[in-house]
Every structure is written in C-alpha cells, then in structure tokens.
Design a protein around this ligand. Structure first.
Ligand code: MSP
Length: 518
C-alpha cells in the first residue's frame, strides 16, 4: 500500500517582505516532502500565507492601500519566494480565500455546538506586533521602565467583549496526549517547554476581537472578527477540504508533520490540538520546531539593514548551494547565524571540492578512458566492498534520521561516504591503472559511479536541480530516481553524456582590499 505523508509549513504573515527566515522553514519542509516522494509515498505538502489580523491591517494602512490589494501583492511575493527556492508545494493556501472562510465558519459552529465557545469579556495586555495576549505575570520591564511583552513588543490594556474557547478544560487531556505520544513534539527541549506551560494551568482563550475589521467574521455575530491565530491554524484542514470530510484530500488528515518556528510551538502543540480534539477531529501526529537565524550575529531587522534576501543569494550562488547551506550549517532545531563567508566556504569546500570534484574526476575518466560508457563491475575487492556497503546503507540510515527531522545529520552521513570515496579514488588511482591494469581501472570507475548514483539519489531532496544533473550524467533514467530503484544496477555499456562541472567554485570579485564583504 502506498504510504501517505502530509507536511505543512507555517503560513507566513503578509505584513512584510519575505526573508531568509521564511525561506528556511519552507526549504526544510521541502526536503522532507521530497524525501518521502523519493521513498515512494503519496505526499501532500502545504504552504501559504496568513493574511488577517490587526498587524496586516495596519501595514496596509501605512502603505496607503486597501488591505485586500495589499495582501494580494505580498502573498504573491511569498509564493514567488517558494518557487524561487524550488519548494515543491502541492497547495498554496491563502486565508482570505472563500474556502477558508467556509472552513472557519464550520469549525467555529461545531465548537459552539459542542459547548466549547462562549461569549465573555476580555481584559488583558495585547501586543499587536505579536498578535498575542499576555498575562500580567508574563510582561517584562524594559530598561526605560515600560512594561512590554516578552518579545519586547509594546502592549496595550484591552477590554472588550470577546468569545472564548474553553481551553482550561483541555489541560488533562493534552497532558495525557503528550504522555501517550512521546514523539508529538520535537525537539525534546521544546517538548519540555510545552509540557511545563500546560502543567502550569491553562486559561480560556480569547478568540475574537471587536476593535478592528480585517478578519473572518464570527458566525452569527459579525461585530466580532475571529482572532487571527485561530483562523490561521484552521488553514491546515481547509486545504484538505474541511468541512467536507468526504473530500478527496481529507484522507491526508491528520498531518504527519507541522514544521514551525520555535516561537510558535505553543499555538501548534497546545491550542491547535485542543481545538481539534474539542471538535472531535484527530490532532496532527507531530509538531517540530526549527530555530532562528541571525545575520552576522545580530537579529535580522530592517532598521539594522541586515535582512538577508534568499532570492538574491540564490541568484548569486545557485539555489541548491543556499538550500544546502541552510540545512548543513546548523543542527536542525537549533539557532544559526548566517554569514556570506560561511556560505562561500561550504560551497567551495563541500560542494565544489568534496562532491563536485569526485564526480568530475570519475566521470571525466569514464569519458576519456572508457569510451564514454558505463564500465562493468569487475571482481569486487575488499576496498570496493567496504565503500559500496557504506553507500548502500545510506537510504536506510537517512530514513531513520528524517523521521526525527535530523536534516543536518542526514547530510553528515552522506558527506562521510563522500570523504571515504575521495580516499578510495586517491588510493586506487585509476589514472595510474590506465597503463598497468585497464580492466581494474574500469572496475574502480564503476564502483565510483555506483557510489555517486547512491549519493546523488539520496541528495535529490536537498539539491533537486544539481543532483538531477548529476544523475543525468550518470545515465540514471528519470523513472529510476527513487530509493526503490537503487537496488537495480545500471546496465554496463550505457553511453553517458559528456561530463560537466556541477558546482563551480565561487571566487569573490577581487575586492580592493581582497576581503570578503561581511
Ligand atoms: N503567521 C504565523 C504562522 C501561522 S501558522 C498557522 C507566523 N508567521 S511569520 O511570518 O511571522 O513566521 C513564519 C515562520 O517564519 C515561523 O516559523 C518563523 O519561525 C519563521 N521565521 C521568521 N523569521 C525567522 C528567522 N529569522 N529565522 C528562522 N525562522 C524565522 O508566525
């Protein structure tokens, strides 16, 4: 039976231009989605934009445009970013679409019918910048004596009628759920954080506002709009056809994985499963939080002027080098720091040198010395067998790592095999065998071609374009680019196209000082 796999990114706020942080979650989700496709699963990969709320309304206002025109423009820019980063989403949802309004309305009414929503009055500290309410005890004192949100955002005291969700009733059931499903939240540090938050006790959640208009109207009470986070979370089921549970796509619920940034884990691992359970729907199977990127050691911000534009990087270094860097530079789940120097170093050392040269050396010798045809496997020596065994283990090892979203470890495993291969080619020195033992030369090149095929196949999810080109050069047909096809050897004698370098080394334009700009 074909496995199904459902993965989502957060939907991005459209109050500003997309940057590297947004590209990060999407690229990581893309790697996981592509991995599961490579492994034969039927995948549904969802991304999109979060278009309601006061923050967006204010951004439109200060841009002097009507909110709908504003969100249309910014949403298109996020979509363009996803396409530019080669993110293979199956659907791009926008929360201003009619299908989403329908889903929100249906879920709201279902919760209301279940007695989970009531009208009360809200009084508390609200930070528009975070679109979040804070308790008295959560505020922090800024150096100038002003009390602000833990994020540093200004807060205002708000009193207004509001609908509430009975979150307080869900504490025990949430804790029981975490207990019964130890893998529900990752990485472990985030799980502990969520557990202690829930153990402290949950208050009912204010889920509507009356102070602005840009949102989904509360069904039956249009003076209220639905709290933007409530509306946003519903996107995950809207896209699968909710409320039509007979929809073709509904079989993709529950999601296997919600990938989110670390600051929004609470919404996904506490509020969202509570809404779903209260509506009698199954919660997602796992929520994993990634860390944050800084740029040259500082938080990216428009005022500092250090916001990293992933599309500019992709245009300069190639999209695959940027994808590789993002996933290799920091352990997935932890925080990372972007610097141009670090990106160039990974591109030149790991991509151009370790991998690119290995392929180029192997394929150019096949072209020159084997008549451009894939050689036969010769009698397998101990050295050959040791290398081949490591390469053949890659799919199984990586499969175990992707389950824990250990994307950096996946790359480390592959690079271990690449380094062993570089040692092998130096030891075996096929260029010298050319004179002394041509059949052995051919056998060595065939081992290397087989190892490269394994490597390029398991790296396809990370670097789809360049690994696709490498597989072209290795003569692997399109329909054999799957993990399941790796067991079948390519036929000896297969004519290979002339080899071409895949990762050109990046040489900084000779700056007057000879220094890398940052
Ligand atoms: N709209 C909400 C999510 C709703 S999901 C139902 C939201 N949007 S956001 O645009 O502010 O953030 C979207 C994602 O981008 C989050 O996962 C966030 O962690 C990520 N990033 C934004 N800046 C980032 C960095 N500097 N570094 C890494 N990721 C960051 O929250």
């Amino acid at each position: 039976m074909t496995q199904r796999y459902t993965i989502t990114t957060p939907i991005y706020y459209v109050n500003g231009a997309p940057h590297l942080g947004h590209a990060y979650t999407s690229v990581a989700a893309d790697v996981i989605a592509r991995w599961h496709r490579l492994d034969g699963a039927e995948v549904f990969f969802l991304t999109g934009t979060d278009e309601h709320g006061q923050k967006v309304e204010q951004a439109a206002l200060s841009a002097g445009v009507d909110p709908q025109a504003f969100v249309d423009r910014v949403s298109a820019d996020f979509r363009d970013l996803a396409v530019a980063m080669n993110v293979s989403f199956d659907d791009f949802i926008r929360t201003t679409e009619p299908r989403h309004l329908r889903a929100c309305e249906a879920l709201w009414r279902r919760l209301e019918a279940a007695g989970q929503i009531y009208l009360g009055a809200y009084a508390g500290w609200y930070a528009t910048r975070d679109e979040s309410f804070y308790g008295e005890d959560e505020l922090v004192l800024r150096a100038d004596g002003v009390r602000v949100a833990p994020s540093g955002a200004p807060v205002e005291w708000v009193t207004e009628p509001s609908y509430f969700f009975r979150l307080s009733e869900w504490q025990d059931r949430l804790l029981a759920h975490y207990e019964a499903h130890p893998d529900f939240i990752g990485p472990p540090g985030r799980r502990n954080e969520v557990l202690s938050f829930v153990r402290q006790g949950l208050r009912d959640l204010s889920i509507s506002r009356t102070s602005f208009r840009w949102g989904v109207p509360v069904p039956g009470d249009p003076d209220h709009v639905i709290y933007v986070w409530w509306d946003a979370l519903v996107n995950y089921i809207t896209a699968l056809g909710y409320p039509d549970e007979t929809a073709e796509l509904w079989r993709f619920w529950p999601a296997d994985l919600h990938l989110v940034g670390k600051e929004i884990i609470r919404f996904h691992a506490v509020f969202w499963p509570a809404f779903l359970m209260a509506a009698g729907l199954p919660p997602p199977l796992r929520v994993f939080a990634n860390g944050w990127w800084t740029a040259d050691g500082e938080k990216m911000s428009k005022s500092i002027g250090n916001v990293v534009d992933p599309r500019a990087l992709a245009a300069e270094f190639g999209v695959d080098a940027v994808r590789y860097f993002l996933l290799r530079e920091v352990p997935f789940g932890g925080d990372g720091d972007f610097s141009r120097r670090a990106l160039i170093s990974r591109l030149n050392v790991e991509l151009a040198n370790d991998l690119g040269n290995l392929a180029q050396r192997t394929l150019s010798q096949v072209a020159r010395n084997c008549d451009g045809r894939l050689p036969h496997r010769g009698p397998v020596t101990e050295d050959d067998a040791a290398l081949l065994a490591q390469a053949e283990l890659l799919p199984e090892r990586l499969r175990a790592l992707v389950e824990r979203q250990a994307l950096h470890e996946m790359l480390e495993e592959v690079w271990r095999v690449i380094r062993v291969s570089n040692g092998y080619i130096d030891r075996q020195a096929p260029w010298a065998l050319k004179k002394t033992d041509p059949p052995r030369m051919a056998a060595v090149l065939r081992v290397l071609a087989d190892v490269l095929r394994q490597v390029a196949t398991v790296l396809l999810p990370f670097m789809p374009d360049s690994m696709g080109r490498m597989l072209d050069q290795l003569g692997v047909p399109e329909d054999a680019r799957r993990l399941a096809s790796l067991a079948a050897p390519l036929p000896a004698g297969l004519p290979l196209p002339p080899p071409q370098g895949i990762f050109p080394r990046h040489v900084e334009p000779a700056a007057t000082s000879g220094q890398v700009p940052w």
